[in-house]
Design a protein around this ligand. Structure first.
Ligand code: XIL
Length: 371
């Protein structure tokens, strides 16, 4: 088992002490990661990026100074990418990939098969053959375009049904309905054929909390992964999205067991979309930031105890541009504070937590993204 550098209680105390200090000086703290850490992270840290902000110098600087990797936030979703069944519009994803290449950042692609943000024409697919052909062509085209460049893919995103205890536990998406549960294996095999060296990830939400419902969701993921591996289908990692609600309890023992089970199958764990949904937290920004950092620590430490985090990505760069501000707003109307950099790009306690895991948890000889 891989241990983080500091015992958990001492880390929390150190974190809280530092946070107290932060409160005293405003939030304007120096970078916590020494410059010498750059270039040799143990757990690559990434962030989701939108093309429309890449023209802003402070946005770009924040990415290159705090992160090792980027992931496309909306650029590769079919609503944006596929205006009609034939054509692909790679303008946004190309811009993000070009930026990452120019600045030496690793890249993850999100997401090849995802029921969210799809074009209306997708509903007009009627037969298994049409759905399978379309899915295969899309994967071959997208992965093929970025072969050797995008090192890790969310191949199927959010396939678990909201009623995971019923039947197969799979969400009845257009692919599940027309192709059947095997669509996951077909997608993985197609992605592997298009880029044999890419890391292939199955990612989902609500894999971290305490309750029967979340046990059921973890069980579906494990069942699917075991079944795929038994059949020789390539799946390299499970993504725990990690959209952490402030009022839910991270089930540390269950997460640790889940990760250990995956590790025993040879499957890595990537935290793919970390942020803290702070609707239930008090208004005071310093208290909110401290609670958020603690909630993230609970998840990351539990994953570490289960065998280690392959890589961790936050869902956005700065509070200024987080999806939570319109998808998960606060009742009191205050701006949300889900990320590690605030709206003025100042580091928050969450950054300290992330840098702690970035430096310490994954064995140094493991390649960051590729297998
Ligand atoms: C979100 C994006 O951040 C928003 O810009 C968009 O409006 C909606 O989708 N889980 C996922 C992501 O897998 O694709 C979602 O991203 C957030 C939840």
């Amino acid at each position: 088992m891989i241990q983080s550098g500091l015992p958990r209680r001492r880390f929390l105390q150190a974190g809280l002490a530092a946070t107290g200090a932060l409160a005293g000086v405003g939030n304007d703290t120096p970078a916590l990661a020494a410059p010498s850490d750059r270039g040799r992270p143990r757990m690559p840290l990434g962030c989701a990026v939108q093309r429309r902000y890449l023209g802003e110098a402070d946005y770009r600087a924040a990415i290159t100074s705090h992160f090792d990797m980027v992931v496309t936030e909306d650029a590769l979703k079919w609503e944006r990418l596929r205006p009609n069944p034939r054509d692909f519009d790679f303008a946004d994803s190309d811009a993000i990939v070009d930026f990452a290449k120019a600045t030496g950042l690793a890249i993850r692609g999100h997401a090849l098969v995802f029921h969210g943000q799809v074009p209306a024409w997708l509903d007009r697919l009627e037969t298994r053959r049409d759905a399978e052909e379309d899915m295969r062509r899309a994967i071959a085209t997208i992965v093929g375009r970025y072969r050797g460049v995008i090192g890790s893919w969310d191949v199927v995103n959010e396939f678990t049904d909201d009623r995971p205890e019923v039947g197969s536990g799979l969400r009845p998406t257009v692919w599940e309905r027309l192709i059947g549960p095997d669509y996951i294996a077909i997608a993985l095999r197609e992605a592997a054929a298009a880029d044999p060296s890419a890391q292939l990830v199955l990612s989902d939400y609500f894999l971290e909390y305490r309750d029967r419902h979340y046990d059921d969701r973890r069980a579906v993921m494990l069942r699917v992964v075991r079944d795929l591996l038994r059949r020789g289908v390539p799946v390299h990692a499970v993504g725990i999205q990690g959209h952490l609600y402030g009022d839910r309890i991270v089930d540390r023992p269950a997460v640790t067991r889940f990760v250990a089970d995956l590790k025993s199958l040879g499957v890595e764990v990537v935290v793919t979309e970390l942020d803290i949904i702070d609707q239930a937290y008090p208004a005071d920004p310093d208290r909110r930031d401290r609670l958020a950092a603690q909630q993230a620590f609970e998840l990351l430490d539990a994953v570490t105890e289960g065998g280690g985090i392959h890589s961790c990505l936050t869902w956005g760069v700065t509070d200024k541009y987080s999806w939570t501000s319109w998808h998960r707003p606060r009742d009191d109307g205050l701006p949300t504070r889900p990320l590690a950099l605030d709206a003025a790009y100042r580091q928050k306690p969450l950054m300290q937590v992330l840098q702690h895991f970035r430096r310490r948890t994954v064995p140094p000889d493991r390649p960051p993204v590729r297998r």
